[in-house]
Design a protein around this ligand. Structure first.
Ligand code: COA
Length: 374
């Protein structure tokens, strides 16, 4: 029998073709549809969403129309709001998002149509509605007033408005917009691959993104950003950071927000998030979160040769912006919804079932005996 390659965790295995995004892990480059992420951060999240979904940067008219489509879908069915109000107190942000996004499919007239037009309309709905679900979930849980979406605001500005009930500064909106751009797509990461596997069975887009939300929730994937801030809060003080991290490394603890399957150098997303974390530290007069992060970064790099990933500096950035910790991973999801839906569209436009093989390591030749004889 021919030798078949098998690598734990599918490391370096090319599992399919995609024209959506590309990572050069040695050079530390992330490319969306041919454009370097370092250039795309000059634009808006809506522009990048258009690019990822449609394959081209929009003209101003195309962008206006795209934004109008998103705004037209920026509402939630009454039944969904009622469902959110009845979620058990023990629910958490990602659990709620997983359930509510699944329920949104009940109200989508295109739910059973996987054609390109219907898939496009569903992508717009999911991109528009996910931020509303995340913000509303927090408002309901915290028992505060509920703020309706403002149709004239961008996705980033509207989310911050619905979350805080005040108009965020232009600077904060800009930072948040950049964070959304940076998280929007990342090749065959675990959640996107999950979405593609589900889409490839010709199941529907909602099932695919619900599976993706489940994958993102894990601490080895998007759930790491919440763990990073909990680590910083546990350390508490700048002068404790060095001893804490050295001890953690000595006891072989995994340091959240470090390491990556693909990047062997600086994650280009971390470059922008580090800058934002520093800037917010100065602006909010809480420089300790950035300084602690820098100390940790330097030690982990020296001792383990590992670089911070997207989740490391997004944690202190979101924290200083006042975003509730429980929403860190849901915020990642509302951005990555763009990538997931773009990948579902791409998968279903040239589909073949994704069904790999496994290397069997179990027993063979066992003799069956009736249960009464065992
Ligand atoms: N802290 C400490 N050691 C780490 C580490 C971390 N965050 N990430 C990787 N390593 C070490 C592993 O212990 C392993 O060492 P060993 O070879 O001596 O056993 C080596 O680096 C390779 O790690 P491995 O877990 O096999 O890499 P992977 O490609 O399977 O996993 C991640 C990649 C991202 C899952 C992994 O780096 C990780 O768990 N990071 C922390 C969680 C995180 O931040 N996730 C968000 C990713 S964007």
């Amino acid at each position: 029998m021919a030798e078949i390659q098998q690598k734990k965790g599918l490391e370096d295995i090319i599992a399919g073709e995609s024209a959506i995004s590309f990572i050069d892990g040695r050079e530390g480059k992330l490319i969306y549809r041919g454009y370097d992420i370092h250039d795309l951060v000059q634009g808006s999240f809506e522009e990048v969403a258009y690019l990822l979904i449609n394959g081209e940067l929009p003209t101003q008219d195309q962008l206006n129309e795209f934004v109008a489509q998103i705004r037209a879908e920026s509402s939630l069915p009454r039944e969904i709001i009622a469902q959110m109000m009845n979620l058990p107190a023990e629910s958490n942000g990602m659990e709620a998002l997983r359930g509510i996004v699944s329920s949104l499919s009940f109200y989508d007239p295109d739910k059973n149509d996987n054609g390109p037009e219907a898939n496009y309309r569903k992508a717009i709905r999911l991109i528009a509605k996910t931020p509303l679900v995340v913000a509303l979930y927090h408002r309901i849980r915290s028992g505060g007033d509920i703020y309706m979406p403002k149709p004239n605001l961008s996705i980033a500005a509207n989310f911050l408005w619905m979350l805080f009930g005040t108009t965020a500064s232009d600077e904060h909106v800009r930072m948040f917009d950049v964070a959304l751009i940076l998280h929007a797509d990342h090749e065959f990461n675990a959640s996107t691959f999950t979405a593609r596997v589900i889409a490839a069975t010709l199941s529907d887009m909602y099932s695919a993104v619900v599976g993706a939300i489940g994958a993102l929730k894990g601490p080895l994937h998007g759930g790491a950003n919440e763990r990073v801030i909990r680590m910083l809060l546990e350390i508490g003080d700048e002068d404790k950071a060095e001893s804490w991290i050295r001890e953690a490394l000595a006891s072989k603890k995994k340091i959240m927000g470090f390491g990556h399957r693909v990047y062997k150098t600086e994650d280009p997303r971390a470059t922008h998030l580090r800058r934002m974390s520093e800037q917010l530290g100065e602006e909010t007069e809480q420089p300790k979160w950035f300084r602690m992060s820098r100390t940790i970064e330097q030690i982990v790099q020296q001792e383990k040769g590992l670089y911070p990933n997207v989740d490391f500096y997004s944690a202190s950035t979101y924290y200083m912006m006042g975003i509730p910790i429980e929403l860190f991973t849901p915020v990642f999801a509302m951005s990555r919804m763009v990538g997931w839906t773009a990948h579902v569209i791409e998968q279903q436009s040239d589909n073949r079932l994704i069904r790999p093989a496994s290397e069997y390591t179990g027993r063979t030749g066992e003799k069956y005996t009736p249960i009464s004889e065992r």
